[in-house]
Design a protein around this ligand. Structure first.
Ligand SMILES: *Cc1c(COP(=O)(O)O)cnc(C)c1O
Length: 432
């Protein structure tokens, strides 16, 4: 969160005052720092500079057109999981031939769309999917570029909902069956074998699961290059970030911070790069959270302080429909006042939203500087899997999103109106 800092007690994003932004655009409000996004991207690229590489940003982490545009300008590729994400990438100025298409349930329509656009590779997750892609490509008289997602069966040591590299997950082909899979694919007239892919999970804070998975894959990857002439190996995403004390710990220089128990970016690179250089392949990376997680905050206003029998509830106007991570993964987000109050005492509180669900909380039994009605708070590290997972639950309109660029604040998504909320819905003319 190094571009989010207090200046005279007021929280800024780069040179922009967050309280002023909240006054202008209302709350809840997502604010992203372009400086942070770019510096994370460049830092990763530099750490991997010994490799022939491409960084494909995982669009599902943050699919805002402004964010995608920023990364497209940096030369990033994109890892997409739907036709909708491909549409966004192209609208934002990304190039189709840098896109890898992941996901277990690609439809025929999505295959046609991506083939016609000319994507870099389809990451195939099952035999019936391969059969379908072969048929679709033949019908279009094209050859579909393919990488097979191989499941290395390693423990990612993360939340069970975001662990994907164990044999019991729905993702990928087991390593034991992968050779046969490639042999079969190589005979298909509509398929061009371009690479191999893996992705073991998300928010992984130690290098060991990555190095273990790569070590397990290497003999097979080498054989694939020899036997089928593949050109690339995607090692997926999943690099974890610091979620705690993101501001106090020296502005979340998580790459410097071993205090947090989270590996640094350089730790990650130094462990995996040597073994990957030997492959002679182009190495693809699919980071999402790493690039945008600490580049975004969710600004919310305190509406009520409710003193219940055993607890104090700070009720804010952002809800689980805006940021679902605490409800879904029990994840921690730091919460800080946008304007610090001199001499504020600390108080143990629950910070909760307006949604009619007990899971609608951002913090429980958290010691925070005492908050009052009308105060603004910033929920930190909300740039990844925040707005992208937003919904209209409780018929709440989606918040506005701002991309800060130095002293400029660009509106990159307008707050939804009630008309937006019901767009495409109809009141039926009932027959009786
Ligand atoms: C979700 C996902 C990513 C990105 O994961 P992060 O933890 O955000 O880096 C990359 N690749 C695939 C296949 C994914 O499903």
């Amino acid at each position: 969160m190094h571009s989010f800092k207090y200046k005279s007690g007021r929280l800024k994003c780069e040179s922009v005052d967050l309280a002023a932004l909240a006054e202008e655009h209302g709350t809840p409000l997502y604010v992203y720092s372009s400086e942070t996004i770019i510096s994370h991207y460049r830092r990763l690229d530099k750490a991997l500079s010994d490799l022939d590489r491409r960084i494909c940003f995982a669009v599902k982490a943050n699919s805002n057109l402004g964010v995608l545009h920023l990364l497209a300008r940096e030369g990033a590729g994109f890892d997409i999981v739907s036709g909708g994400e491909l549409y966004r990438v192209l609208k934002a100025g990304g190039k189709a031939n840098t896109c890898t298409f992941a996901g277990v349930c690609k439809t025929e329509e999505e295959m046609v769309q991506a083939l016609n656009a000319g994507i870099y590779s389809f990451n195939i997750e099952s035999e019936p999917e391969l059969d379908r892609l072969n048929a679709v490509a033949r019908r279009l008289k094209l050859k579909a570029p393919v990488a097979v997602r191989v499941n290395p069966d390693v423990e990612a040591d993360t939340h069970k909902y975001i662990s994907t590299g164990k044999s019991e997950n729905k993702f990928g082909i087991p390593l034991s069956r992968a050779e046969e899979f490639y042999a079969r694919a190589s005979k298909m007239p509509g398929i061009h074998l371009r690479g191999v892919q893996m992705h073991i999970g998300s928010q992984i804070t130690k290098p060991t699961p990555f190095s273990k998975a790569i070590r397990k894959m290497l003999p097979f990857v080498t054989a694939l290059r020899r036997d089928f002439g593949i050109e690339s190996f995607s090692v997926g995403g999943g690099i974890g970030i610091v979620y705690e004390q993101a501001i106090e710990s020296g502005a979340a220089n998580w790459w410097k911070s071993s205090h947090s128990g989270c590996m640094t970016l350089e730790d990650y690179a130094s462990v995996i790069v040597p073994s990957l250089t030997q492959t002679g392949l182009k190495i693809l990376f699919e980071p999402g959270r790493l690039i945008v997680g600490n580049a975004g905050v969710l600004i919310s206003r305190v509406h009520y302080i409710k003193e219940a029998e055993s607890k104090t509830f700070v009720i804010v106007d952002a809800g689980m429909n805006d940021l679902i991570r605490p409800a879904l993964y029990e994840s921690h987000h730091d919460i800080v006042p946008v304007i610090k109050r001199n001499g504020a005492k600390f108080q143990k509180v629950d910070v909760v939203g307006p949604v009619c669900e007990s899971g609608d909380f951002f913090a429980q039994n958290r010691l925070l500087p005492t908050l009052r009605q009308g105060d603004l708070v910033a929920i930190l590290s909300a740039g990844a899997y925040g707005a992208a997972m937003g919904s209209n639950y409780n018929s709440r309109t989606l918040p506005a999103e701002i991309l800060v660029d130095g002293q400029h604040a660009h509106l990159v998504r307008k707050r939804q109106s009630f008309a937006d909320l019901i767009r495409g819905e109809y009141v039926p003319k009932l027959k009786k």
